[in-house]
Ligand binder design. Structure first.
Ligand code: DX5
Ligand code: ZN
Length: 223
């Protein structure tokens, strides 16, 4: 289980881009190719203009993949109402967005996430200033920097957000896990690693390749 910073950056396959009709097998293939945890994007059609899946799917995937670390990214307007069902469904990490809560609410929710046995991540959109998460970094195990506008896979990497990752590494606590999410590929991964990223989320860059080519993608992303 990945509850602390990995020794070197790892790839987190993003389930959103997997074959939903053959989900467990496709995820297993991405893990066999070198992915170290699964990134699971939950969308509510409100915080983002798309819908994905909820705790029911995660619960079934947990039965199929009992030992894999599940990194659940809640792109939803009301995370407080859904932390518990996602923890019960089998989440290990739960991240929610700084844009939907004030500082005190976010800190309280992080404590609830930990009370439920998970680690807590705070996520920040590309257009949100770093100052919004700065007062929260000591209260979370992870900072998730969005490098695309959340809601859809397959978008282009927004390089400006690398500055936020670098600030998270410089100004956050020593053990803070840094995750980059969106448009991360063999072309953009090195810049993320150089900025201090630990977890490289890969959706289309990985699942968009034939199964036999995915280990090359992972290798080229971790350098
Ligand atoms: C975007 C999601 C991402 C997405 C990344 O809203 O948060 O996790 O799956 O997909 P790619 O890697 O295709 O940009
Ligand atoms: Zn995500």
């Amino acid at each position: 289980m990945l509850r602390t910073r990995p020794e070197s950056p790892v790839v987190a396959p993003s389930v959103l881009a997997a074959d939903f009709a053959d989900l467990a097998a496709d995820c297993q293939n991405a893990l066999d190719a070198g992915g170290k945890l699964l990134h699971l994007d939950v969308m509510d059609g409100h915080f983002v203009p798309n819908l994905s899946f909820g705790p029911g799917l995660i619960e079934k995937l947990r039965l199929a993949l009992p030992d894999v670390c599940f990194d659940v990214h809640l792109m939803i307007s009301d995370p407080a109402s859904y932390i518990e069902p996602f923890a019960k469904a089998g989440a290990d990490h739960i991240s929610f967005h700084c844009e939907v809560l004030d500082v005190d609410e976010a800190k309280r929710l992080a404590d609830r996430v930990r009370d439920l046995g998970c680690t807590a991540g705070i996520a920040i959109n590309p257009e949100t200033a770093f100052e919004k998460v700065e007062p929260l970094l000591g209260s979370f195990e992870m900072l998730l920097v969005m490098s695309v506008h959340p809601g859809f896979g397959g978008q282009s990497f927004i390089a400006e957000v690398l500055k936020k990752t670098a600030r998270g590494r410089d100004e956050g606590p020593e053990g803070l896990i840094l995750e980059m999410d969106g448009g991360v590929s063999p072309d953009t991964a090195k810049r993320c690693r150089d900025a201090g990223c630990d977890l490289l989320v890969a959706g289309s860059a990985l699942f968009g390749k034939p199964k036999g080519e995915r280990s090359d993608v992972v290798r080229s992303m971790i350098g």
